[in-house]
Design a protein around this ligand. Structure first.
Ligand code: F6P
Length: 535
């Protein structure tokens, strides 16, 4: 790989870059001492969500610089273009319609697609759409990958946790037979609705799984499997070519990116299991964040502050990753959901004008679920050599009766961000040692047990994990990522970087099937790997 350093500052970032350098002279603990109201000043509230930025190195001056950057960079105009449904995806000449998809006032097409999804979902729930043997559907297998899977998975996990329903849902994304087989084993083909979710309706993994499930249904005594299949897609013609009848196809606009498709019929399986009322509440929560994003000044605008803080640490301080830790098992799908959102949006090195950029773009987003991650990766967060801004997510209301567990969970979450900030000096570590140690042993132990501290984190607290709060949270992440990408001057809404691998996989699959390399230009390492499949 070309070893370009990407060390320039993004455009209009000079003042912030300078402030970021200066800020490195004052520790977080010092900032709290200097500013007794810091905890309130850098805490922002929207609905049932609280965004705490106080354990970052931001100051009031930084917030004014955020205002300045928003003006100078043209961010506010880009935001307005996005929200007005203008073209913001220049390579594909498309708008980005996720806010339009959830708005109360929207195009006729979008509103009727929303109603069609609700009607379909309610019909399945009530049993007015029956499987071919005349019985109510008992199972759903949702097929889809990337954005066509992560949204529904997230919704089912976050909002359906512990829910008892008379419909059992399975989501299968991977083409790996180990992913599909458990669903086939768990479901009765005669009582299963298969939802094929694919924006393009060309994705190999999804279509391969769909074809296999058709055979599975036939083998299970279903004469016309296609009649037990529904499609959700922005390419209804392709779904029809596949054989799915028109009244079983729910479409959504091309201008809705896969990683935003949670706001469309891609969430059909969740609408069925959770009910469309839950989806409506989630929509309302997202609208609240959209309105805030559209109108609050940059220095009070939560997604803008979050994105600019991301740039502050990644471009200003050189952090190459950001870690996400949800302290709630119901949100374990949030990490892959955000990884797709942020890294597919902003993992790019070409500007929206087609020029190579000279500054770092998306940090690597990684993380895990608390407290599990504490026992795996937190060592590096606390004592590693790299700066890793961390983001913690906690939910105050337990949502289950095991209250003591929840107290323990929250205590751990809040302890981690405090520990990252406070650290422990060598002298403090020495004073905590008990036992008879030689001088050398004391030095070794005290140094090993010391923590530099001053490690930044943000904490997002949800009062409860309601559909509304989830909607606000997801809209926050979407806008944050859009703002960051806009400041990096990249096209947030295409994903050309996934194409080359897909093309090669198609031709290599032919090699594996035919045993013939044909005229393909394949390097010897890859030839050797392919040969293993031919033996
Ligand atoms: O390969 C990446 C991608 O195009 C994602 O952007 C998308 O969410 C996923 O594949 C699935 O695509 P589709 O919904 O068209 O099947």
């Amino acid at each position: 790989m070309n070893q370009k350093q990407y060390q320039s500052l993004p455009p209009h970032f000079e003042a912030l870059g300078k402030a970021a350098k200066e800020a490195q002279n004052t520790t977080l603990s010092e900032l709290f001492t200097q500013q007794p109201d810091r905890a309130d000043q850098f805490c922002f509230q929207l609905g049932g969500l609280r965004f705490d930025y106080s354990k970052t190195h931001l100051s009031s001056e930084t917030l004014s610089l955020f205002d300045q950057l928003a003006q100078d960079s043209g961010l506010l105009q880009q935001r307005d273009k996005l929200l007005a449904g203008e073209i913001v995806n220049p390579t594909e000449q498309r708008p980005a319609l996720h806010t339009a998809m959830r708005a109360d006032q929207s195009s006729k097409e979008i509103l009727s697609q929303r109603q069609a999804s609700y009607a379909f979902a309610e019909a399945i729930r009530k049993g007015s759409k029956l499987s071919l043997n005349g019985r109510k559907y008992r199972y759903i297998i949702h097929l889809g990958i990337g954005g066509s899977a992560l949204g529904p998975q997230l919704l089912l996990q976050a909002l359906g946790f512990g829910l008892t329903t008379d419909i059992e849902a399975h989501c299968v994304a991977n083409v790996d037979g180990h992913a599909l087989q458990p669903a086939m084993q768990a479901c009765d083909p005669q009582q299963t609705l298969v939802i094929v979710a694919s924006k393009t309706f060309t994705t190999t993994e999804t279509l391969t799984n769909a074809t296999t499930l058709m055979q599975w249904m036939r083998d299970g005594g279903v004469d016309q499997p296609l009649q037990q299949m529904a499609a959700v897609t922005a390419s209804p013609n392709k779904a029809a070519e596949f054989g799915i009848s028109e009244d079983q196809i729910l479409s959504f606009p091309e201008g809705l990116g896969g990683r935003y498709s949670i706001w469309s019929s891609v969430s059909l399986v969740a609408m069925i299991v959770l009910g469309s009322a839950a989806f409506e509440s989630m929509r309302a929560g997202a609208i609240a964040m959209d309105q805030h994003f559209a109108s609050a000044p940059a220095s009070e605008n939560i997604p803008i502050i979050a994105a600019m803080t991301d740039l502050w640490y990644s471009n200003g301080w050189g952090a190459s990753t950001r870690a996400q830790f949800a302290y709630d098992t119901r949100l374990s799908v949030l990490l892959p959901y955000l990884q797709q959102l942020e890294m597919e949006n902003n993992g790019k090195n070409i500007s929206s004008e087609g020029q190579a950029i000279d500054w770092q773009s998306s940090p690597i987003v990684w993380g895990g679920v608390g407290t599990d991650a504490q026992h795996a990766v937190f060592q590096l967060l606390h004592q590693g050599t790299r700066l890793v801004p961390a983001e913690f997510l906690a939910v105050i209301k337990a949502g289950h009766p095991l209250v003591e567990h929840h107290k323990c969970l929250l205590a751990n979450c809040f302890a981690q961000s405090a520990a990252l900030m406070k650290g422990r000096s060598v002298d403090q570590a020495k004073s905590l040692l008990s036992g008879n140690f030689s001088e050398a042993e004391t030095e070794l132990l005290a140094h090993s047990k010391s923590f530099s501290g001053d490690r930044p984190s943000t904490t997002i607290v949800l009062q409860e994990l309601s559909p509304e709060a989830l909607g606000t949270l997801l809209a926050f992440y979407e806008h944050r990522s859009f703002v960051a990408g806009t400041l990096w001057q990249i096209n947030v809404f295409d994903q050309m970087g996934v194409e080359l691998g897909k093309e090669l996989a198609k031709s290599y699959q032919q090699v594996i099937e035919s045993g013939d390399y044909g005229s393909l230009d394949i390097d010897t390492s890859t030839q050797n790997l392919l040969a293993l499949t031919l033996e």
